[in-house]
Design a protein around this ligand. Sequence first.
Ligand SMILES: Nc1ncnc2c1ncn2[C@@H]1O[C@H](COP(=O)(O)OP(=O)(O)OP(=O)(O)O)[C@@H](O)[C@H]1O
Length: 344
Amino acid sequence: MEWIRGETIGYGTFSTVSLATPSNNDSGELPPLMAVKSADSYGATSLENEKSVLDKLGDDCNEIVRCFGEDRTVENGEEMHNLFLEYASRGSLESYLKKLGGEGLPESTVRRHTGSVLRGLRHIHANGFAHCDLKLGNILLFGDGAVKIADFGLAKRIEEVTALNEGVQIRGTPLYMAPESVNDNEYGSEGDVWALGCAVVEMFSGKTAWSLKEGSNFMSLLIRIGVGDELPMIPEELSEQGKDFLTKCFVKDPKKRWTAEMLLHHPFVAVDVDQDGLVDEEDFVVNLKTEKVSTSPRCPFEFPDWVSVSSSSRTIDSPEERVTSLVTDMIPDWSVTNSWVTVR
Ligand SMILES: Nc1ncnc2c1ncn2[C@@H]1O[C@H](COP(=O)(O)OP(=O)(O)OP(=O)(O)O)[C@@H](O)[C@H]1O
């Protein structure tokens, strides 16, 4: 495919994202404007993984960003790997919230976005993958108000997920890490649900789900997540349905945490949406049709088709020892970036 690179629209740990216009698109197979995610040899593995996962997930889920193919270019003497993606004209939810200057989104909008992300997660999990890096920076906002999950660079097959036994790994962003990831190196679909809960808190309140005190460090955050009973902040102003939804995401034991499929039946997201309001997010109307919404199941076992997935937890150190083992000189900018660190 012949194409022209346009302005840069985003930066990630592994890549730079810019606009791309196909220069010969007579067949009309491609959209007139795409996003191209480009990486040098350092980020190539992540892009290859992303392409392979997106191919396996297919094009039939509206809540997952579409991939139009890949190619390689030589730019300034360097080989670049390029991945062509559906262009989200309103950027990520993270950048959108930053523009609101610390304000969160109206609950009706949070409900709608949460339902969309859950449909995306259900598709990812049903196809045997875990995203492993769900956060507001990886949820993209489109011109029509739709949101889609992006950035599959760290996604993994679920059966591989618990096999991370070569040293201690921190994947994704520590603020979104689930207790079992901190304590036992487990990165599975359950961890995506925990991360979704953190994203919901942030969307609604404009603040991260873990309040970070001045002077607190990486280590103390991991201890709070992994050890003890503390849970992420549940905003006071959220409706009772919203609070209940978050308590289902923030279950420390991954085996008892609700799945994406179960959460899609929760009244917080089981709503009908007035499609006419889709263009203007602020005017977006969410109709709560309570007669259609069943009572929230009180525990995972009230879902007849729910099967407990036993996680093959390795018998390693106690949580305290495990968290202590995460101390490293390579401390990432964990509050804002996507850095990941391997400690061996
Ligand atoms: N399809 C897209 N349309 C519009 N903007 C995009 C698109 N894909 C990515 N971006 C922007 O570029 C940023 C970086 O993209 P992405 O997170 O996919 O890169 P990455 O290198 O995998 O980053 P990470 O550090 O999260 O692993 C996003 O936060 C978003 O602002």
